[in-house]
Design a binder for this molecule. Structure first.
Ligand code: F6P
Length: 555
């Protein structure tokens, strides 16, 4: 990281704060302690370093911490005015300063009767009205009352969107598949690679297909090209442009562009600029989710979000799950020097959860300047990755146990399976618990019989342990639990951003690539253009690309 332009203003020097330096001093002590020792010295540790909220139990005892660590982390949170920042978010202050917007996704889970004002307008009735419209629309699809152009019921819903307009709804539809209407298939097209669209529509009947074009801005080129291709597919297969109004709906803030595209405004669902793309899966961007699981389940999911929101807003920091989770992430990243983290759901329905969290965490906090624009001299968002437990154990867990990187992990599991086949859930959960034990305690222990045996093993068969994990345990994967889990991660991300003084709600880092792609497109489209306008690498790649295409066209 280039630290030469770091601001010298004391206000901006997070690392010069006494609370930060106290943590650095404390870290030198903690580094000497092994989790084996921390657990053997303190029988109550496993239950004391745990908290429960909104149906989720969060065990953080297998982190390299003690009571002092938590105390010092909370002092840092106070010094960074976390309370004030949380209040500002809930009160719709324009905390997304670079876009001059509030970050008010929490209003999406407000309940009738509440008041939340944005620019003098109470948004709660607007949110409720939108939910009611979504419910009405969803029910018409679900009950077969919505007919396509040729009079057939809808059996396939294709969500076209990318980033937050895809990752949230696709993750939620998969996560809540158990609660979904099984004779309706929900598909997702996001990639501008034509393969995504072609393979999705390959075996579906256009007369039974509804496209939902999800784009907050309605300017995203990938989504607009996929939407155009979808429109051509409908019109050419159903034989008339009038078919569009029966087979397209849209979710956007940009009514003018939606209308220009040809989608009936009656089939358009609003989004508001105070909802960020990666925070929008519980807005109308979740229309496909609501169609899949029904309005009641969708409302239950919102109730789960709200339960975690209320907890985040009111619980004292030391018992506040998102604050603890966020501060532990800061501890592992900035003090223990672990710049990556893995999310490991032990539930097949949550297979898309790590991909969803990658955008949430890294687009939010992958920043190198403060909200005021000063360069910073500390790490921000850890690299987030993961996969479903049990499968991942046979893939990258080798690195988690014996690699040179120490990777803090979140293990997510449920007490009860939604598909209780004999023996399966027991084995799955035994693996979850075993992995957190192995990561924490390893084998190279002189103080246990097993450890002594292991010490006789060659080095490549030994496990050092002392690798931090969190365990999130809930009763069962329900819409409420999913909402609570997502809100937990949203607020943990917020907490981390607040400590690092960054704006977690903009994403200027994606802009340069978009501009260059626009500039490059003509050189890719037309081989006769002079191909020396770029750097020597890009010029050579373009020449090679055209040479191959020319040979292919000629043959
Ligand atoms: O390019 C990044 C991004 O702006 C994300 O933040 C957003 O979720 C995604 O693109 C899609 O944007 P839109 O919903 O406006 O099409």
């Amino acid at each position: 990281m280039d630290t030469t332009r770091v601001s010298n203003h004391p206000r901006d020097l997070l690392t010069a704060r006494p609370e930060w330096m106290a943590l650095e001093d404390h870290c030198r002590i903690i580094r000497q302690a092994h989790l084996r020792q921390l657990f053997s010295d303190d029988a109550g540790r496993g239950e004391r370093f745990a908290v429960e909220a909104a149906g989720v139990y969060f065990d953080y005892s297998k982190n390299r911490i003690n009571e002092t660590t938590i105390l010092l982390l909370m002092q840092l949170a106070q010094a960074c005015r976390l309370h004030e920042k949380i209040d500002s978010m809930f009160q719709a202050k324009k905390i997304n300063a670079t876009e001059n917007r509030a970050a008010l996704h929490t209003a999406l889970r407000s309940i009738p009767g509440e008041s939340i004002f944005v620019d003098g307008v109470n948004v709660v009735p607007i949110v409720q009205e939108m939910l009611d419209r979504m419910a009405w629309f969803s029910c018409r699809i679900r009950t077969g009352h919505w007919l396509g152009y040729t009079g057939k019921c809808i059996r396939h819903v294709v969500n076209i969107g990318i980033g937050g307009s895809d990752l949230g709804p696709s993750m939620a539809c998969e996560a809540l598949r158990h609660y979904s209407k099984r004779d309706l298939q929900i598909h997702f097209v996001s990639n501008v690679d034509g393969t995504d669209f072609a393979e999705t529509v390959r075996s579906i009947d256009p007369a039974e297909t509804l496209f939902i074009i999800c784009s907050k801005t309605f300017t995203t080129t990938e989504t607009l090209l996929n939407a155009l291709t979808a429109r051509n597919w409908i019109v050419s297969n159903l034989g008339h442009p009038n078919a569009v109004s029966r087979h397209f709906a849209a979710v956007s803030t940009n009514a003018a562009a939606v209308t220009e595209f040809g989608i009936n405004v009656e089939n358009m669902f609003d989004l508001w600029d105070w909802v960020g793309g990666r925070y929008s899966m519980d807005s109308a961007i979740g229309l496909s989710t609501m169609i899949a699981i029904g309005p009641e389940n969708f409302r239950s999911m919102l109730a789960g979000f709200k339960a975690m929101d209320d907890h985040f807003k009111t619980a004292p920091f030391q018992q506040n799950m998102p604050v603890l989770m966020g501060m532990l992430a800061v501890w592992n990243n900035n003090f223990l020097g672990m710049p990556s983290c893995a999310v490991l759901p032990y539930d097949q329905y949550l297979k898309l959860f790590p991909a969803y969290l990658q955008q949430l965490t890294m687009e939010s906090n992958g920043k190198q300047v403060t909200a005021e624009g000063n360069h910073i001299n500390y790490q921000t968002a850890p690299i987030c990755w993961g996969g479903t437990g049990s499968n991942a154990q046979h893939s990258f867990f080798q690195l988690l146990h014996q690699g040179t990187h120490s990777v803090p992990c979140d293990f997510i599991g449920f007490c009860r399976s939604l598909n209780a086949l004999p023996g399966h859930h027991e084995l799955l959960m035994a693996n979850l618990f075993a992995q957190t034990e192995a990561l924490a305690f390893g084998t190279n222990a002189a103080d246990s019989e097993a450890g002594k045996q292991q010490n006789k093993l060659p080095p490549h068969r030994q496990f050092e342990g002392n690798r931090p994990t969190n365990t999130l345990l809930a009763e069962c994967l329900t819409p409420e639990t999913l909402g609570a889990l997502i809100a937990l991660y949203e607020h943990s991300v917020f907490t981390q951003g607040a400590i690092w003084s960054i704006n977690s709600f903009d994403q200027w880092g994606v802009e340069l690539g978009k501009v260059l792609a626009r500039q490059l497109l003509p050189s890719v489209e037309v081989s006769s253009r002079p191909l020396n306008q770029h750097d020597s690498s890009t010029n050579a790649l373009l020449r090679r690309y055209h040479r191959h295409n020319d040979i292919h066209t000629a043959s």
